[in-house]
Design a protein around this ligand. Structure first.
Ligand code: 5GP
Length: 124
C-alpha cells in the first residue's frame, strides 16, 4: 500500500527497525549520514537501498527539513556507493518514490540504486 508522505515520521516503519538492527539486513555501506543494504526484492542485477540515518518520511520531507550537512552527507554517500561498485562508467539509475503516485511503500526516505545491466527506458 502506498504511504501518505505528509504523515509524521513513524518510528516503527521497517527501515527504522533495520537502522536499529531489529530487522536483519546486509550492510553494504554505512557512515554518519547513510546506511545501504540490498533490496529484499531486487528489480535489477544490483539493487541497493540507501537511507539517511535521520528520521525523514520521504524525499519531500528530507529536502524541506534536513540540514545542509545531512543532505551533503547523504548525497555523497550515494555517489560513493555507486563508485565503489564500479557503476559510473557503465551507468546506473537512482530512484526515490514519493507518496501514492510515486508508489512509495516504506515511510522512511530511501533511494533505490539500480545497476549491473542496461535498465531500459525510465518508465515502462
Ligand atoms: P518503495 O516502493 O517504498 O520505493 O520501495 C520499498 C522497497 O523496500 C521495495 O523495493 C521492497 O522490496 C523493499 N523492502 C521492503 N521491506 C524490506 C525489508 O524488510 N528488507 C529489505 N532489504 N528491503 C525491503
Amino acid at each position: 500500500m502506498p504511504i501518505d508522505p505528509t504523515q509524521p515520521y513513524d518510528d516503527d516503519n521497517i527501515f527504522a527497525k533495520i537502522l536499529r538492527g531489529e530487522i536483519p539486513s546486509t550492510r553494504i555501506y554505512e557512515d554518519e549520514w547513510a546506511y545501504a543494504f540490498p533490496d529484499i526484492n531486487p528489480q535489477a542485477k544490483l539493487h541497493i537501498l540507501v537511507i539517511p540515518k535521520g528520521k525523514y518520511v520521504s524525499w519531500d520531507d528530507f529536502s524541506a527539513r534536513a540540514s545542509a550537512e545531512e543532505i551533503a552527507g547523504f548525497v555523497r554517500a550515494v555517489g560513493h556507493i555507486a563508485r565503489e561498485h564500479g557503476l559510473v562508467e557503465p551507468g546506473y539509475r537512482l530512484l526515490a518514490n514519493v507518496g501514492a503516485h510515486g508508489g512509495q511503500e516504506v515511510p522512511h526516505l530511501h533511494v533505490h540504486l539500480f545497476g549491473g545491466q542496461p535498465l531500459g527506458r525510465m518508465i515502462a
